[in-house]
Ligand binder design. Structure first.
Ligand code: GTP
Ligand code: MG
Length: 196
């Protein structure tokens, strides 16, 4: 399958250095430590394609993974990490907004949210900004394995309810990289948004 063939392509510090010739890409966003890189590894069925870490906030770059000549997945730096100096954070914020607004190939945003923290202020801003730009959003409530079934389902329903009046096209699902939960749903959503 397409996703299992993913390979590292390049790191781009800004919009200008993003790869040419890519027609469809989906970006993975979320708080530091939410589980973005783990989700990319799970989706691609590779153990260490995207670098995961217990110490967040290291690189402020777009990390590109190539699926085929036209399609990529993009790992974004996590936001909300207090130890990143404010000036760097501000610069990155500007670059990120430019990327989201101007990148022609970008067709959707996967937002990773730790199910135990639920939606934070930055998550909401990200959803608002993406829908304002007409980008579809897939909210993956990840680390679902950390809650029992009832609590996971109840959190899912609560977040779906919070977002039901969002003007954009926002889908919310449970996800777990550890248990490989929600992988098929996210693959299907990616298929649609990468024109597979
Ligand atoms: P930054 O790149 O630093 O912003 O973090 P990230 O969002 O890429 O998170 P990453 O994938 O590195 O995961 C952070 C930590 O959460 C790691 O210790 C992972 O092993 C753990 N983790 C990620 N996904 C899951 C999951 O589904 N279940 C459990 N139990 N742990 C997870
Ligand atoms: Mg990461």
């Amino acid at each position: 399958p397409l996703y299992h063939r993913a390979e590292y392509l390049l790191n781009a510090p800004n919009l200008k250095t993003t790869p040419k010739g890519v027609e469809y890409e989906v970006a993975f966003a979320g708080r530091s430590n939410a589980g973005k890189s783990s989700a990319i590894n799970t989706l691609t069925n590779q153990k260490s394609l995207a670098r995961t870490s217990k110490t967040p906030g290291r690189t402020q770059q777009l990390v590109y993974f190539k699926l085929d000549d036209q399609r990529c997945l993009v790992d974004l730096p996590g936001y909300g990490f207090a130890k990143v100096p404010p000036k760097i954070q501000q610069q990155w914020q500007t670059e990120l907004e430019r990327y989201l607004e101007k990148r022609q190939a970008l067709h959707g945003l996967v937002l990773l949210v730790d199910i135990r923290r639920s939606l934070g202020e930055y998550d909401r801003q990200m959803i608002d900004y993406a829908t304002h730009l007409n980008l579809d959003v897939f909210v993956a409530l990840t680390k679902a394995d950390k809650l029992n079934r009832n609590n996971a389902k109840n959190t899912l329903f609560a977040v779906q309810k919070q977002l039901k009046d969002s003007p954009g096209n926002v889908q919310v699902e449970l996800f777990s990289s550890l248990k490989k939960e929600g992988v098929e749903q996210l693959h299907n959503w990616l298929d649609e948004h990468l024109n597979v």
